[in-house]
Design a protein around this ligand. Sequence first.
Ligand code: ADP
Length: 809
Amino acid sequence: MAKRAREKFVHILYELTLAVGITLDLDHEVAAFMGWIRRFLSPRMAVLFLADEERQYMQVVAAHPPDLDVESMLPVGVDPWNWLADLGIDVDVDEHTFRYAVPISAEGEILGMICLVSSAEADKIADERKVVETGAGYFAPVLRNIWRYKTLEAQVAERTAALAKSQAMFRSVAEQSIVGISLVTPERFIYANQALADMCGYPVSHLLTSLSPLDLVHPEDRPRAEELMYKCLNAEVEDGHYTFRMLHRDGHLVYVEVFGRRIEYNGRPVVLGISIDITERVQAEEAYRALVEHSLQGLVVIQAGRVVFANPAFLEGIGRTQEEVIGCALDRLMEIVHPEDRDVLRQVLESVLTEGGRQGETVRFRFRRSDGKMRWGQALAGRITYRGKPAVQVAFLDVTRQVEARKALERYAAFLEARNVILHEVMHASRIDDLLGTAIDLIMESLDAKMGAVWISERLWRLPSAYKTVRGAPPGYEEHLAKMIESLPHEPDMLQKTILIQDISEPGQAPHPAIQQAFQDLGIRSAIVVPLFARDRRVGGLAVGSPDPRNWSREEVGLVEAIGKEIGIAVERLRLIADLEEALRAKDEMIQDVSHELRTPLTMILGYVELLQEGMMGDLTGEQAEALRIVHRNAERLRFMIDRLLLLRSLDAGQLQREQFAVKPWLREVFIRWQPQFQERDMRFHLDIAEDVTDLYADRRLLDEVLDNLLHNAVKFSPQGGTVWVRAWQEGRTLMIAVSDEGVGIPPDRLDRIFERFYQVSQGLSRRFDGMGIGLALCKKIVELHGGRIWAESEGEGKGSTFYIALPV
Ligand code: ADP
């Protein structure tokens, strides 16, 4: 290139540097570039294309002359001249005009293109093209920078918008949150929401301007809060989690749980804090803890076979310290439980943890306190979650007092029952030796005594012989003991009241050397001995003994004393009965003897009366005959009575003259025989015999006697005009006969007694109704000889009576 041309070239390019690349405004730079082209190259046509971002199209951004449609896009790879020609632009050239396109590229990337139809002369065209290429080379980085800047600017705008949006969101969330939210540094609040302000009682503005976060923390918790905050800020902890006490503006304490996290804010680290008011929970926990601490009920928690918690009541209950119990293996703790109760307790504790296990089941068990005493405990086990893991919680109660009270009650009830049984036996015994035997056996059983003795002294009481019953003495020793017992009453004051011996080997316990010896011989060490009294006189004694030392309980002593007292009364009663029976027997005997003696003279009397009546001794006046009739009738009655007395005495089973006979005809015969007596007293007599009654095999004469007696009484105790029924029916293998009347009736308490010999309901009545109380005794004897039963029923006095006979057939 010629020197001039080179100078021009430099000048043109210099002009370019002055015009282009001085702003970051694309339009300005494009206009400047095109301006430079126009001014220094004066082309016939110039079109500047810029590539889009994806490099798919080229867009016309400036053209000369300017009437080009700048909206049109040139797809990459399409020939620009053809494309421009298609748009109707004249791009044709001849030998005087040239056209060329110069790419605008930077860092190997096509950014655009400039198409020129030049008007330069042919020899200048190469130089011009060089200028354009150099210019494009200068323009390319300018474009590149503008684009870069634009992208950055877009990004900045986007970021700013996003930030604004997230801040707005944060604020709106934070404002509405019910948990406290704050952004803090140790020195100040950068942000605090309303919930936090409410929590501490200060307005938000006050928090942001006048308080540091640590000002809110209770002084005692401040060092830890501060430490945690710094750790959080220095990223030493990922997420801080801390519970502290906050001071409310009005002075009360607020328990706050804070979750802290380090975040970047405006380019520096701050703590984002989420604060939750847990005052209620803490208070509830405190109340719960206080409850557990002060509960009278022991509480213990067992986890993975170890004690992990025990409250004071539990520790006190078992008499162990916190150190001994916490962390202790369940197996070791179990050692204080009585071996017999361990398995069941362990089972309950284990089954609590298994699915469907026994929840809420109480067990009672014995355990040894630290003081060595055996006590009763009650455990109620349940499954709980303790520190996030399954555990067994046991509620424990020392129930020794309840158990002992119940046992005492049971023992007392047992004694009461034993006492009642014994008293019943004693009261109903009909013989002294039965009485003593039963009493001593029952007492020994209920006291679990190994030896027992009861004795009634002959010398002290007027009894046929001395009674003594000894149980549990070594063989051959009984006799010896009996003698010793009998010798005791010679000691006048010895057995005046109960003697209690808890352990004979203790000095001063034996009341008498003989007793000491006897205890030794018998192999017993403890005993209760009570005197037996009858009508204030000591008549004997009652003793029970045990081979072991024994602290006799109040109930046990009471039982023996009560039985002793009752035996005394029973002995007295039996003695009286014996006396009475003796008297009755004597009376009986006398009556029988007299009856027998009376029979002969009575036969003589009747014989002579009959002779006189028959006129064998001369004629009788009417008056005499009447007198004799009276004598005869009374003598007959006397003989009837004497015969019955004698019959009663002589009857025994061997004498029965049984025969087979039909019931119906027999009763009809009785019925007919009794008709006159009923008619005489204007009474009605009904006979009612069931069809199915079977035959009897019995002593018919004696059964006649029974029916006669019953009918006799029925008539005798009935008013004039009354009705009497005799009914007979079959009940299985038994023939039933009932004789009913509408007479005076029998008081209920006499229904049994009327069958006793010589018993009459009332003296007053007997005077009204003759008789001597022997008929029913005779009936009873006859019926019983037949293996049957007789009894009376009556609704009471004036309500009539029914006598039943049940005879086996
Ligand atoms: P007695 O010779 O006195 O009748 P019993 O042995 O036949 O002797 O009767 C004894 C007592 O039973 C009578 O005294 C009477 O009190 C009472 N008794 C017997 N039968 C009847 C009756 N059918 N109604 C009322 N009381 C009767």
